[in-house]
Design a protein around this ligand. Structure first.
Ligand code: HEM
Length: 404
């Protein structure tokens, strides 16, 4: 008998994070499960919980569309469909292929490696701000700033603009938090301001290119393709939506995993070379993005179930990352896991996370710096989780450490 927990009830996630017991039952007994219609008239969906099936859906964007009208739960207004529909996260091939090929060159391992020194400086500055106090909120004081400041580095934005961009970014992603009053309206206003800023920055980089990723993407490649000013504006907005909340919750989830598994913290302290494999284990363990929704474009079969054209199909990365069919001993947090076949960055299809190398580097440098500067960091009280089934997040996590 399935445990009686609704796998998309946000309250369940707020109370205890991803409901692993329920997902384990589904993987074993009903891996492509029909979830009944939702109370507010939103139709039901197929819940895909096994690693193998999540990969199948991810790798077939023709059969499982990511188009904006089909990919989120809430109904968008026409304006929003127009805006989000221009972002590649919500596009299908061939539009997606064309847009993705314009930005891939900015995110290669070589381009990202160049950011390492800057990321280290940012981590040190964030720790400088709290280290004398001996206590902090890991989310507010550290994890919330890091991804936004790194996006500023990608842009080559001046240091004095960082806080402004971080504030815009926090408000834009704030729409994921139902506790913030008027969050959606505020997100719109701040998105508008960010887009204006992006246009101005693009004009500056076009007039005077620099050694940053923004200048690279605005410059024509060998085939003459480049981002237009409008495309650059949307790209920046998408980077914030896709790269901020994810990395922030990856960092917090990683810290929490170390608190819950002190043997792994001790192991990392003793052998920093494990910083190479630890980031992927953190992403597997945390699954900062728990799910994405697709829509079937034709009748098909998945895991023995008949899927009809138009059916919603929800892929659960949080479940797939604990699938014992693919991951050995999946309920053990093991930072030396190698190979690590997790799919926390996506199941490997066209939409596979553009920021994978960057996210890995941010997690690597962050934990290296914490080990250096606050090695005895420990939790104070219980963390407060986000009320969301989409982002596996923590809102507040108090920590203490020896002041220095
Ligand atoms: C897409 C996870 C960090 C940019 C995605 C997807 C996932 C994901 C699950 C969807 C994959 C799919 O549908 O197949 C994560 C996690 C991160 C992270 C867990 C951190 C721990 C970042 C960062 C950036 C970024 C740092 C950039 C600054 C993107 C973009 C897409 C994407 C642009 C859309 C790609 C496309 O549609 O082609 N990410 N991400 N992500 N991510 Fe990440």
């Amino acid at each position: 008998m399935a445990p009686e927990i609704d796998i998309i009830d946000p309250n369940v996630y707020e109370r205890g994070g991803i409901p692993h017991e329920q997902f384990t039952w589904l993987r074993d007994n009903d891996p492509v499960h029909w979830h009944h219609d939702l109370n507010d008239g939103v139709p039901g969906f197929w819940a895909v919980t096994r690693h193998e099936d999540v990969v199948t859906v991810s790798r077939n964007s023709q059969l499982y569309s990511s188009h904006v009208r089909t990919s989120m739960y809430e109904e968008f207004t026409d304006d929003e469909v127009l805006l989000y529909g221009m972002m590649m996260l919500f596009q299908d091939p061939p539009d997606h292929t064309k847009n993705r090929s314009k930005v891939n060159r900015g995110f290669t391992p070589r381009m990202i490696k160049q950011l390492e020194g800057h990321i280290r400086d940012i981590c040190n500055e964030l720790i400088d701000d709290v280290v004398e106090r001996g206590e902090a909120c890991f989310v507010e004081d550290i994890a919330a700033h890091l991804p936004a400041y790194v996006i500023c580095e990608l842009l080559g934005a001046p240091v004095e603009d960082r806080q402004k961009i971080c504030d815009w970014s926090n408000h834009i992603i704030g729409f994921a938090d139902p506790e913030l009053a008027g969050a959606k309206e505020k997100a719109k206003v701040f998105a508008g301001e960010l887009m204006e800023y992006a246009a101005q920055l693009a004009h500056e980089r076009l007039a005077e290119p620099r050694d940053d990723i923004a200048s690279t993407l605005l410059k024509p490649d060998e085939s003459g393709e480049r981002l237009s000013i409008e495309e650059f504006q949307l790209f920046l907005l998408m980077l914030i939506i896709a790269g901020h909340e994810t990395t922030r919750n990856g960092s917090v989830g990683g810290m929490l995993a170390f608190f819950e598994n002190p043997d792994q913290w001790a192991k990392l302290k003793a052998d920093r070379s494990l910083l190479r494999t630890a980031p992927d284990e953190i992403v597997r363990w945390t699954s900062p993005i728990n799910l994405f929704r697709r829509t079937a474009t034709a009748d098909t079969e998945l895991g023995g179930k008949q899927i009809r054209a138009g059916d919603k199909v929800v892929i659960f990365y949080g479940s797939a990352n604990r699938d014992e069919r693919v991951i050995e001993d999946p309920f053990t947090f093991d930072i030396s896991r190698d190979p690590n076949p997790h799919i926390g960055f996506g199941g490997g299809g066209a939409h596979f996370c553009l920021g994978t190398h960057l996210a890995r580097l941010e997690l690597n440098v962050l934990f290296d710096t914490i080990l250096e500067r606050m090695p005895d960091i420990e939790p104070v009280g219980e963390p407060r989780r986000l009320r969301s089934n989409f982002v596996n997040g923590v809102k507040e996590m108090r920590v203490r450490f020896t002041p220095s």
